[in-house]
Design a protein around this ligand. Sequence first.
Ligand code: AMP
Ligand code: TRP
Length: 325
Amino acid sequence: MSKRILTGIQPSGILHIGNYFGAMRSAIELQNQNPGNTFLFIADLHSLTVNPEPADLRMRVQRLALDFLACGLDPEKTAFFRQSDINGVCELTWILNTITNLGLLERAHSYKDKIAKGFVPNNGLFSYPVLMAADILIYQSDLVPVGKDQKQHLEITRDLAIRFNQVYKKDVFKIPEPIISESVAVVPGTDGQKMSKSYNNTIELFGEEKAIRKKIMSIPTDSTPMEAPKDPDKCNIFALYKLFSTQEQIDALAAKYRAGNFGYGHAKQALFEAYMEFFAPMRKRREELLKDPGYIEDVLKKGAERANAVAAVTMDKVRRTVGLK
Ligand code: AMP
Ligand code: TRP
């Protein structure tokens, strides 16, 4: 049996190219590692911890699904579904809550960080890692690829799985292994800092062509005159260009920077064209998907059926084990 790979993504807003190169692309590529045994879900229940506007949450879930499918997610290879469509995730969260020491959750960095920022926590935020453990354990996942920021949540998941198996003296849960992507390069924003919604320096993944052009043309640069040679490695435009280009194209642009008579305006134009070319097939696919809104719902429903079939087996075992059945 091939190993089951599972990961979840929060529908946190309009996706930008930092999300694409930092997280989406590798999440989509998982489908080719273990086709048919990869699970990817939209963590809508986790999003509720900040009480979003209902219409906004619905829109973000739809957009996330649309954007992943446009970028090449193949729902035949990866079961793609909404967390809230899985029966048993919330029930398992409760059952795991009953074997979770408060201390374990009080030590969670993401919780402590939010409190340090003055956030008044609700109980959902506090037990966020327990819901995440339920997400992972319910599918008997072998491998869980996540970013560095989720490392501790995976440790908590493993702790809870081991503890449950010990308390009930039965191997109910598989102990999952994290795959931590340490090496993902940080995509810079238009101001050179890390690209992030909170810094207002993003380039949207599927922005309107005009808006993207405007964003790229307004990237701040230094005042080196047009004629002067420039160091590509000190230029943010060049760093972004590299994301979209082959080594040959990168070398050619670097040579132009160094030769002089090549201004930042030219570099921005090259970046804009590279962006449009790179995303052209995905933009086209997205346009097609938009014409058929029933398709996304259909994909998520079928994905949920596959995931529910696996979750039901675990939940039956869990209920028997704890004495509910
Ligand atoms: P966020 O919604 O900002 O938490 O981002 C979701 C995911 O996108 C994170 O897990 C990151 O791995 C990835 N990501 C976001 N911004 C960047 C960036 N500037 N460079 C690389 N990866 C990023
Ligand atoms: N907490 C994860 C994040 O913010 C999302 C997530 C929820 C997740 N449940 C998961 C990731 C289970 C992996 C496995 O990125």
